[in-house]
Design a protein around this ligand. Sequence first.
Ligand SMILES: CC(C)(COP(=O)(O)OP(=O)(O)OC[C@H]1O[C@@H](n2cnc3c(N)ncnc32)[C@H](O)[C@@H]1OP(=O)(O)O)[C@@H](O)C(=O)NCCC(=O)NCCS
Length: 140
Amino acid sequence: MMPQDANFQGNVFGGTIMKLVDEIAGSVAAIHSRKNCVTASMDQMNFYEPVIIGNLLILKASVNYVSHTSMEVGVRIEARDLMKDEITHTGSSYLTLVALDENRKPTIVADIIPETDAEKRRYAEAKERRARRLAAAGKN
Ligand SMILES: CC(C)(COP(=O)(O)OP(=O)(O)OC[C@H]1O[C@@H](n2cnc3c(N)ncnc32)[C@H](O)[C@@H]1OP(=O)(O)O)[C@@H](O)C(=O)NCCC(=O)NCCS
């Protein structure tokens, strides 16, 4: 993270991180679906620790769940202090990306098959989050 990423307190501006989170979620969704994807929603964004200018920002993202045309992508945000070689988990978020066809209409996405215990846990938790999310958005 560079000085131009700072807020007026000198740490990294949260909006800068949210933009990167949205970008990686869109990339992961496009890689899975091989379609153009748009962000339908971003769940509550939690920042546990500030990210400091000079930290290396590490974003880890995975498709946790596929419904029909939408996918939940989970993003984990880490900051690496290059001097101390310490990595801190600074935030997380879940986003819903929708795949669009050439007419910009939602289109079916290939399902994912969770294999490892962690993937199965993420899949089950994402399915529950989807139900809560759509209910909160008045979509169910
Ligand atoms: C996202 C969007 C394509 C959904 O269109 P829609 O006409 O509501 O389409 P549908 O009702 O068929 O829903 C499509 C999928 O989106 C999901 N969805 C719609 N609104 C959602 C929301 N607020 N949160 C989570 N998922 C949502 C639906 O559950 C459905 O998923 P499924 O097919 O896997 O069951 C449309 O609202 C849109 O284009 N929004 C703008 C997206 C954008 O431009 N984002 C960038 C920020 S400016």
